[in-house]
Design a protein around this ligand. Structure first.
Ligand code: AMP
Length: 286
């Protein structure tokens, strides 16, 4: 008998909340206690393992879990070629070289012969080697941003999302070396032997993510305005046009990018639309 599928996700840190939200939005029902190591999904043949963000790659590579969610930076840092099923659109950040504000360094080349503190040893070494810039990489396990002030290094390589931590620490970015976001990983053996069920989980997550970026628009309009309104509504495919009981009037339904809705509304009204409804989409399978 094949065992229940396992999905390894971070138990602490910044990826926990968006990962758990994605799984819940996808309709999976489970308890995520502070200290739980594992949760049984009540409405799906799946167990969730809560592990360190850093350990997810290893759990999935070794087959302890069939699926995993972690940062792309950690996959690259590990050097593992574990299959990546898809990016998840959250946990976006950039691995960035930064130097003290008052230093004269402007480019990575200016760091030749100097020390660079980082917890991303492998990505940092690979970057400087590729560019043939000799640097001494100083390992730190976290808080690399204090290394220059402590006299440990002249520069750092660290993850940045808004950049505010760097500003607070008197640092200025000079070059971005890797761009990251959360990814869904799969164990290669499971990918071939349990393809169906892995595929259905991937579809479930993809449908949830796709729905987040879109809204369902419904509006009424005089029939003579149909062409003009259709031009404004590219949507998924072509919009649905439905005759209304009131002669000469139609309803138009369309799926649109969520970010475009507010700029679209005045144009739709100007083109003759009325009674416009904006509805959330629960799941979207293109
Ligand atoms: P954690 O240390 O457990 O909070 O998670 C670290 C992971 O979160 C990193 O490996 C990145 O993939 C991701 N992440 C997203 N934004 C940031 C950020 N601004 N700083 C550090 N990690 C980030």
């Amino acid at each position: 008998m094949t065992r229940r599928l396992r999905l390894a996700i971070p138990n602490k840190g910044r990826l926990v909340e968006p990962t758990v939200k994605l799984l819940r939005d996808a309709g999976l029902v489970f308890e995520a206690g502070e200290r739980a190591l594992m949760a049984r999904v009540q409405n799906y043949d799946l167990d969730i393992l809560f592990v360190r963000t850093n350990d997810v790659v290893e759990f999935v590579t070794d087959g302890v879990a069939e699926l995993g969610v972690t940062g792309l930076d950690l996959v690259a840092e590990s050097g593992s070629d574990v299959p990546q099923l898809r990016k998840l659109g959250f946990g976006r950040c950039r691995l960035t070289i930064a130097v003290p504000n008052d230093s004269a360094f402007r480019a990575a080349e200016d760091l030749a012969g100097l020390r660079v503190a980082t917890s991303h040893l492998s990505l940092t070494r690979r970057f400087f080697e590729r560019r043939s810039i000799p640097v001494e990489v100083i390992p730190v396990s976290g808080a690399a941003e204090v290394a220059p002030r402590l006299g440990l290094a002249e520069a750092i390589v660290d993850l940045v999302s808004t950049g505010s931590t760097m500003v607070v620490n008197g640092l200025r970015p000079i070059e971005e070396i890797f761009s990251s976001e959360a990814v869904l990983l799969a164990n290669p053996t499971a990918l071939s032997e349990r393809a169906d069920v892995l595929d259905s989980i991937q579809t479930m997550l993809s449908a949830t993510l796709a729905a987040r970026d879109r809204k369902y628009l419904m509006m009424n309009a005089p029939i003579g305005k149909a062409a003009e309104l259709e031009d404004l509504l590219p949507g998924l495919e072509s919009p649905s046009v439905i005759p209304l009981a009131h002669e000469g009037m139609i309803a138009i339904h369309a799926v649109v990018e969520a970010d475009a809705v507010w700029s679209l509304l005045p144009k739709l009204k100007l083109a003759g639309a009325s009674g416009i409804l904006i509805l959330p989409i629960e799941k979207l399978v293109p």
